[in-house]
Structures are given as structure tokens and as C-alpha cells.
Design a protein around this ligand. Sequence first.
Ligand SMILES: [Zn+2]
Length: 235
Amino acid sequence: MRIIAFSPHPDDVEILCSGTLAKYAAQGHEVAIAVVTRGDVGSPTLSREEIAAVREKEARSAAAIIGARFFWLGYDDEFLFDSPDVRKHFIDVIRQFRPDLVLCPDKDSDYHPDHTRTGQIVWDTHVMATVPNIKTEHPPCEKIHDIWYYDTIAGINFLPEFYVDISAQWETKLKMVACHESQNTWLVSQYGRPTTYFVETQSRFRGYQTGCDYAEAFRRPKLFPASVPQAALLP
Ligand SMILES: [Zn+2]
């Protein structure tokens, strides 16, 4: 299978679903991470260009840990809006990677506008990727991919429908999260705790809910036509 995760900012996928991606990768599936905005407001000291360059490097390093293909869409942090060009960009990323499954934020539950818009655009374009009369640089996909919404930060407003046990991928997930040192430094100064504290709390809680050490939580929006049964997609 081919699985791509859309990350509104250059660390959301690592925090919320990298254990699942690592699990797919370990089983021999093709995985990819598409970072939508460049995280260019993510520093109290560096300029937008400077922090964007740092964050791209961090995100590429995290993706490399699991051998994930990497897409950098480059939109301005906090200013992602739906438009014909943005839709075509999303569609073209889908057409380049040709996924069976797309992981993205929950358009109905997430708290952050870049997250909800990322989820909404993934949702709004999922059929378009197959439509020949919508032209992008790459040819249309043959089939409509499945979509799973991943958890929200701190699990706020998110009622999981199913879980992926990531206990065996826990160390890999921590390494991917640790690539984002610029954000860790900022979190420690703002909230007095490292990123790994928040990630471990949430992963342990989701594990507690489903009966394992560490887990990640998902919801599956209803699609037509549903391509394959959900069980066939689970890692
Ligand atoms: Zn984010």
C-alpha cells in the first residue's frame, strides 16, 4: 500500500501519527509526508525565512528516519486558505504519490485554522484527483483513496473511532519528534515542558483507552465509493 500524511505544520504528523507511519514503513509499505505550511512563525527570535529553513530541515530529517518520501508545499504559516491554486497543488501531490490512504487533520474537530483547512482541502479534493478534466502536472489517479483523520493536539474535541497500537514504534516516534528541536526549545520556554512530555502523555492515554502501551487515534469519514474495507488498510 501507499500511505501519505498531510502535516499542516512541520511537526503535526510526527506528534499525531508518526508511529502509524513508522508501522506501515516497517511492514514494507510506501509512506510519505506532505508538509503544507513552512512553519515560518514558529520562532520568537528568528526571521520567517530563517525559521522556515530550519523547520524544513527538521521535517526532512524526521521523514528520513522512516524512509518517507517528502513533499514541502511551502505555504505561509497561519495563512493557509482554500483557492483553486491551492487545491490543484494538493491534487498534484496526491497524483504524484498515488496513495491508497491519506492521513490528515479532522476538518470537523481540530482547533487550528491551518489544520481544519488542510483536512477540508484533502476532503474537498479527494474525488478531483481522479478527474481527467482537472489538469495538473501529473496524470489523474485511477481510484479514489481512503481518508483517515488523525487525532488533535491533546486529543481536544476528538472522539476516536479506532486506534493503532504503536508500542513497537514508540522509540522511532520519539526520534522523529526529537528532530523538531526548534519547536521543543520554544515549547520549553513557553510551557516549561518538552514536546516529548505532551506526546508521551497523549500516546499513553490513547494506549490506555485501547489496551496497549502506546497508541494513535483516528476517525474515518464516510466516503463513496469506499474502496476497501477498513480492516484491509490497518497496519
Ligand atoms: Zn500544527
